[in-house]
Design a protein around this ligand. Structure first.
Ligand SMILES: C[C@@](CO)(OP(=O)(O)O)[C@H](O)COP(=O)(O)OP(=O)(O)OC[C@H]1O[C@@H](n2ccc(N)nc2=O)[C@H](O)[C@@H]1O
Ligand SMILES: Nc1ncnc2c1ncn2[C@@H]1O[C@H](COP(=O)(O)OP(=O)(O)O)[C@@H](O)[C@H]1O
Length: 287
């Protein structure tokens, strides 16, 4: 038995950071959107049980313990019947891009374990792997996320739009991004209410689903990154001139996304405009 899984990635179509919790985490409201990517996780049973589990990663260097290994360890703690697994992970996306690629690798494994071993980790255990894993391990294409991303409400079908992802030469550390946001806001900052954030997101989806143009999509991390890297203004200009329906920052950065009505338009904008920018190290398209 050998199976190859396509790993999901996500966009935060809108992302509003609300209050800061006593444990340092932040309540958020976000509209998550998932697509299955070209990152692949191949799994087979390791016939030599004594060898135990193995993970071979190609394509991108990962600092620290791989989320796939962490997810398997968490799964083994709640269910003893999983055989030794031989896994191969083919990475194509740079880490720290805000598309939750690492979380998606872990989510692919958890979904496979759920389907094959009726294994179901608690929301708390999944959340410990990362705030994005909950959404990525679910089947929903689009969902409103509250709490720290673990309270999910599915939102029907996503707008029929293709993604262009443009990866800059810098990455963004999620923890540092939240700290920088706290520092910028100060103690007296009054965040948006969850209701305001939900209305804003629903309006954006309505516009895009109706074939309209939303332009720059709301993301509380964007002003911070755009101030540090003027290149995002160029990305916005390219998205607008190339006919994108909407565009913005992926998660807490660093990748930039633009949404197009068809894959040809996305690829054209990518190869003729985005890929010509020296600070963009990779472009990718998802239908
Ligand atoms: C910003 C978002 C939006 O989807 O995504 P990314 O840009 O990372 O993809 C998420 O909130 C990120 O989720 P994830 O990347 O899984 O973060 P985690 O590893 O769980 O957390 C890293 C650190 O970020 C901070 N953190 C994370 C989530 C949250 N709601 N509040 C926080 O303050 C915490 O300091 C935490 O220690
Ligand atoms: N399989 C993995 N793929 C990518 N990053 C991983 C993986 N396992 C652990 N990581 C670590 O998780 C962090 C976040 O990675 P990733 O999910 O790709 O970022 P983001 O959520 O910003 O897109 C990285 O700093 C990386 O070191």
């Amino acid at each position: 038995m050998e199976i190859t899984l396509s790993c999901p990635v996500k966009l935060n179509l809108t992302l509003r950071v609300l209050s800061r919790r006593p444990d340092g985490y932040h309540e958020l409201y976000s509209l998550f959107w998932k697509k299955y990517s070209d990152e692949r996780l191949t799994i087979s049973q390791n016939c030599d049980e004594i060898m135990g589990d193995s993970l071979d990663v190609s394509g991108t260097e990962i600092d620290g313990e791989n989320l796939v290994t962490k997810a398997l360890a968490a799964a083994r703690r709640s269910f003893g019947g999983i055989p030794a697994l031989k896994m191969k992970l083919d990475k194509i996306f740079p880490a720290g891009s805000g598309i939750g690629a690492g979380s998606g690798n872990a989510a692919a494994l958890l979904s496979w374990l759920a389907d094959n071993y009726a294994l179901s980790l608690s929301a708390g255990e999944i959340g410990k792997l990362g705030a994005d894993v909950s959404f990525l391990a679910q089947k929903y294409e689009m969902a409103e996320a509250r709490g720290i991303g673990e309270i999910l409400e599915p939102v029907g079908a996503a707008p029929p739009l293709c993604w262009l992802l443009a990866f800059p030469s810098w990455s963004s550390n999620t923890k540092e991004a939240y700290s920088a946001l706290d520092e910028m806001r100060g103690r007296d900052y009054a965040p948006m209410t969850p209701m305001e954030a939900a209305n804003e997101a629903r309006n954006c989806v309505k516009t895009l689903a109706g074939g309209g143009r939303s332009g720059l999509l709301p993301n509380d991390f964007y002003p911070l990154l755009a101030e540090r890297h003027g290149e995002y203004k160029t990305a916005e200009k390219i998205a607008e001139e190339s006919g994108a329906a909407g565009w913005g920052l992926c998660g807490s950065g660093s990748a930039f996304f633009a949404l197009y009505a068809d894959i040809e338009a996305a690829e054209r904008a990518g190869s003729e405009r985005f890929a010509r920018e020296k600070w963009i190290i990779k472009t990718h398209y998802l239908e």
